[in-house]
Design a protein around this ligand. Structure first.
Ligand code: BT5
Length: 322
């Protein structure tokens, strides 16, 4: 069944958008005209747009915007990230699956990606809105030889890579809000969730969860004022697989630099995208709130916040508001 489907897709691919007659398809696939029609219907259900014209046959108009392993792999030029791709139509959370795979010894660079998350999460068990086939919901497994306290640097590294990729694919210029948000015109379009499997002195794996709002037309009431998508900002839809490829490519380049030269080169790039450095902000932490001027980040990626008394606070994790 799926073999025939695959050969049918190959035929359409060879036809490069031209019509192929039903008769010819049935001969090449060795099945009846009715069977051909059934396969066409199946492809339509999967999101392929197929035109049927009497006497001419069938023609492919557009392929679906899916993020299957094949779509991501085709033309991907990385050598570490995304060499193993674990694709699902629907999951609770890609983080959960990545954690499990990491525990079972998954290779560095393993990517988990899904069309829909039913229980996508943000930091501190907040929910992440992850509707079907509109966004990029993925988790990447890294195994960097670094101590656990340095892993927040990877959140910043990922943010830079994603910002670069968005810029490359859409031409939009995103801002990074420390530590894990990417904004366009002040609204959040990307969230990053970095989690660890580690001993006190050794990292086993870092799971970098990335949520990107790509082709959403709109958001539920409670997110309307804070969230946006690339399509809303750009005014056109974007191929998600293409953006994933670009994120993996940028991230691999930065990751190599990071392993070779440390955080400094990443920090410099990060500062180029960062907003609210030099401005007054409020940092909300689990144990309290500090208002002050953001002075930048340390060479370790820690936020420096100077309060009204001139005391410098070093913030490892917080929610930032203006
Ligand atoms: C984050 O948390 O921003 C990290 C989000 C990480 C999501 C990815 S998707 C793939 C992987 N699998 C997962 O289950 N998670 C990761 P945080 O900074 O805590 O922000 C969460 C807050 O952002 C929520 O409380 C909402 O206010 C808001 N929010 C929820 N969904 C959003 C969306 N789609 N776009 C923009 N904002 C959203």
């Amino acid at each position: 069944e799926s073999d025939t489907r695959k050969r049918l897709l190959e035929l359409f691919s060879e036809a490069k958008g031209d019509f192929i007659s039903g008769q010819k398809i049935s001969e090449l696939l060795g099945c009846s005209r009715t069977a051909v029609w059934k396969h066409i219907e199946e492809l339509r259900k999967e999101g392929f747009e197929l035109e049927a014209v009497r006497r001419l046959g069938y023609r492919i108009v557009s392929t679906p915007d899916k993020v299957t392993a094949n779509e991501i792999r085709l033309g991907l030029k990385t050598t570490i990230l995304g060499q193993v791709i674990h694709y699902e139509e629907e999951v609770a959370s890609t983080q959960k699956i990545a954690h499990q795979l990491a525990q079972e010894g998954a290779k560095e660079g393993t990517l988990v990606v899904a069309e829909l998350q039913t229980a996508g999460r943000g930091r501190m068990d907040r929910t992440w809105f992850s509707p079907k086939e509109t966004g990029i919901w993925m988790s990447l497994i890294l195994r960097p030889p670094i101590p656990p306290q340095k892993t927040p640097q990877l959140t910043l590294l990922a943010a830079v890579a994603i910002a670069q990729a968005i810029q490359e694919v859409t031409g939009l210029v995103p801002d990074i809000k420390w530590p894990n948000d990417i904004l366009i015109h002040g609204k959040k379009c990307v969230g990053i969730l970095t989690e660890l499997q580690a001993d006190p002195d050794r990292v086993h794996s870092v799971i970098i969860g990335v949520g990107i709002n790509v082709n959403h037309d709109e958001f539920p009431e409670e997110l309307r004022d804070v969230a946006t998508s690339l399509a809303i900002e750009k005014g056109e839809k974007i191929k998600r697989a293409r953006l994933i490829q670009e994120v993996l490519t940028k991230m691999e380049t930065l990751y190599r630099q990071y392993l070779q030269h440390g955080f400094l080169p990443i920090k410099l790039l990060w500062e180029g995208y960062a907003i609210s450095i030099g401005n007054e902000i409020t940092a909300r932490m689990l144990n309290g709130t500090i208002r002050g001027v953001a002075r930048g980040i340390t060479d370790e990626g820690v936020l420096m916040l100077e309060d009204a008394d001139g005391v410098m606070h070093y913030i490892h994790s917080a929610d930032i508001s203006l």
